[in-house]
Design a binder for this molecule. Structure first.
Ligand code: NAD
Ligand code: DAU
Length: 373
């Protein structure tokens, strides 16, 4: 039986990964370490909490004692590090927290994994590790910087982070590579494009737009809306990570992306049109609107408001996933047109989740930052 330590498993992608893993593999033990920041929520994994194969531990990845205790208690085979401060806008407000969690937290996990996995030394002084262990760092395409109108990020693209968030993720990637080179620690790094799907925190573009429509609020689009992101359905990302853990070549980086570039303004317009269509098809969905009534003609592009641009806003991201496709047979299975409908339906049917995660601390932060919009 394999033991996984999944950090950040109460957040968006981590929780989707945990759900995916428990469905896919019968004989596993999952230990989730999550500090339940504003972005982590136990409600997201409430079914998994009842599963005998699942253990939840609240704690910070930066905390040596907390992490060491887990390795002491469980024979961890795989570490999958999702835990991070993940929102670019927040990193512009408070870079330090991003460096602490994303860089120091990663280094702490690596160090403890190295210690507990070491069984001896080889003739050159390199540590020798237990068989079949691996550390997987969940990274991002943002470490490659920003593209112009053409071209793609490959694994060979030079690292060129431009926001405090992407700089912190790059720092983490570099320390992972350093542990691989210096100590031969078995690692992989995955670099994925923008995910979308259920449980996405409503500070990020797609869920924010859905939430604002349900609340009858304006839809803030940064700059002129021409920035491009490469969207991937979250379950496809989870499948890729599962494949890399099991079959990825030690020490390699794998880019993961959906070949699905969209301008922000087009994403927002499509979200508006899809919500309206789903409500017309199923009038029950109208009950989720704060503004009650049968008339939903107000759900239209006039809700869009162009606001001040993000500082240092990266223009375009686009991933070339050829390596993971050729080596591991991965490809994005969910077409965007289907994924966005599934996602919007999920939010319409799980409005209580939005309320749960946007109360308390997040709400205060949100008002402070966006109150004037
Ligand atoms: P998220 O913000 O939704 O979730 C992050 C989780 O980490 C939360 O549950 C939070 O409580 C936890 N966490 C934060 N700091 C912690 C700490 N110090 N100790 C323990 N737990 C802590 O993020 P997400 O969107 O699910 O992203 C997960 C990972 O994937 C991140 O590393 C991110 O950089 C990367 N990534 C995200 C995307 C995307 O589109 N969302 C794309 C590529 C890569
Ligand atoms: O590319 C992968 C990255 O994608 C991940 O590493 C990050 O963790 C994740 O948050 C995401 O970063 P982005 O900055 O691309 O995502 P966000 O949803 O914040 O913004 C998407 C685009 O939409 C971006 O160009 C900014 C724009 N935007 C965002 C918000 C929140 C708006 O126009 N209006 C908004 O209100």
């Amino acid at each position: 039986m394999k033991h996984y330590l999944v950090t950040g498993g109460a957040g968006f992608i981590g929780a989707n990964f945990v759900k995916y893993l428990l469905k896919k593999h019968e004989d596993i033990q999952l230990i989730v370490l999550d500090d339940l920041t504003y972005a982590g929520n136990l409600g997201t994994i409430k079914e998994e909490l009842k599963d005998a194969r699942f253990v939840f531990i609240k704690g910070n990845i930066v905390d040596h004692q907390v992490v060491a205790k887990i390795f002491e208690k469980y024979p961890i085979d795989y570490v999958v590090n999702f835990a991070a401060e993940s929102h670019v806008d927040r990193s512009i407000e408070n870079p330090q927290l991003f460096l602490q969690t994303n860089i120091l937290g990663t280094q702490n996990l690596l160090d403890i994994a190295k210690k507990y996995w070491t069984t001896g030394k080889d003739e050159n002084g390199y540590p020798v590790y237990r068989k079949s262990v691996k550390y997987l760092q969940v990274s991002t395409d943002e470490v490659y910087g920003s593209l112009g109108e053409t071209g793609y990020f490959t694994e060979k693209t030079p690292l060129d982070p431009r926001s405090p968030y992407s700089a912190s993720k790059t720092g983490a990637d570099l320390i992972v590579s350093a542990y691989s080179e210096t100590y031969n620690l078995p690692v992989n790094i995955t670099r994925c494009s923008n995910n979308y799907g259920p449980y996405h925190f409503p500070e990020k573009l797609i869920p924010l737009i859905i939430k604002n429509i349900l609340e009858g609020e304006k839809l803030p689009v940064y700059g002129d809306g021409s920035n491009v992101r490469d969207w991937l359905y979250v379950e496809d990302h989870c499948k890729a990570i599962d494949l890399v853990i099991l079959n990825g070549k030690i020490g390699e980086v794998y880019n993961i992306g959906g070949h699905n570039e969209k301008k922000n303004i087009d994403i927002v317009k499509l979200t508006i049109a899809t919500i309206r269509r789903l409500m017309e098809e199923n009038p029950d969905y109208k009950k989720t609107l704060k503004k009650k009534g049968n008339d939903i003609s107000w759900i239209n592009n006039d809700l869009i408001t162009f606001v001040k641009d993000r500082l240092g806003h990266d223009h375009r991201y686009a991933i070339d996933p050829a390596k993971i496709t050729n080596e591991l047979g991965w490809y994005p299975e969910t077409k965007f047109e289907d994924g966005i409908v599934k996602t919007i339906r999920w939010y319409l049917e799980n409005q209580h989740w939005i309320e749960e995660v946007t109360s308390g601390e997040y709400q205060r932060y949100y008002e402070q930052m966006y109150g004037n919009r």
